[in-house]
Write a protein that binds this ligand. Structure first.
Ligand SMILES: O=C(CO)COP(=O)(O)O
Length: 253
């Protein structure tokens, strides 16, 4: 049986100026012992990546970006490429977040190109999938997720996928205070892992980390993390305060 190191990731979304981000990162580092069971990642806004990377330097906190564009360089005003993120100190990049799909027209095809660009540059993609409330109510959860995975992961070899992290974020649970129940989350995570097994084989699927995201807070982390196919959390609102995020990281205490 594969052991998967849990991961607790903070998606700061469009929050924090550079000084605020530096203060938050410094305070978070101050709360960690270095012996955390979970790998810790924070994804500040693009402007704060470099200053935050200087603060988290050799600490156990890893740096992630919230998006990228799939070309390495060129006339793409406003965009940031995978090699640029690497040069800013990133190891991870969140791809296909539902807010990007909803507000910025991100498609499964774009997600696919972004994943390939991330992997080619040596970044680890955190690939987000999730159904809306209407889709869940209509009994379409699995078909929606399957389509997002089929198109998003199209053409990726087992080797290319091997480091990737999946994140299941039901849209109806994001920022609503209404997290998925442990049963709902486990059911979907097991389904995602089965999909990965069919696509990439048992070993890769067994090693893949699948994070849950959507109203994760200190009070519900332990019960979610106890489930067999939940390997971590992608935390939005509750990652903005270092004390609260540290409580989530230390969910076992
Ligand atoms: O979208 C999320 C993380 O990427 C979840 O956000 P909340 O934790 O604020 O619900």
């Amino acid at each position: 049986m594969t052991t998967r190191r849990p991961m607790i990731a903070g998606n700061w979304k469009m929050h924090k100026t550079c000084p605020e981000a530096e203060d938050t990162a410094r305070a978070l580092v101050g709360q960690l012992t270095g012996k955390e069971e979970a790998e810790v990642m924070i994804a500040p806004p693009a402007t704060a990546l470099v200053p935050v990377s200087r603060i988290i330097g050799d600490t156990p906190v890893q740096l992630g970006a919230q998006n990228l564009f799939w070309e390495n360089q060129g006339a793409y005003t406003g965009e940031v490429s995978a090699p640029m993120l690497v040069s800013a100190g990133c190891r991870y990049v969140i791809i296909g977040h539902s807010e990007r799909r909803q507000y910025f027209g991100e498609t499964d095809e774009g997600v696919n190109k972004k994943i390939k660009a991330a992997v080619a540059a040596g970044l680890v993609p955190v690939i987000c999938i999730g159904e809306s409330e209407t889709e869940r109510d209509g009994g379409k959860t699995f078909s929606v997720l399957d389509k997002q995975m089929e198109k998003g992961l199209e053409g990726l070899s087992e080797d290319q996928f091997s480091q990737a992290v999946m994140a299941y974020e039901p849209v109806w649970a994001i920022g609503t205070g209404r997290s998925a129940t442990p049963e709902q989350a486990q059911e979907v995570h097991a389904h995602v892992r089965q999909f990965l097994e069919k696509r990439f084989g048992a070993q890769t699927a067994g090693a893949a980390r699948i994070l849950y995201g959507g109203s994760v807070k200190p009070a519900n982390t332990a019960e979610l993390m106890a489930l067999p196919d939940i390997d971590g959390a992608l935390v939005g609102g509750a990652s903005l305060k270092p004390d609260t995020f540290a409580e989530i990281i230390h969910y076992k205490r």
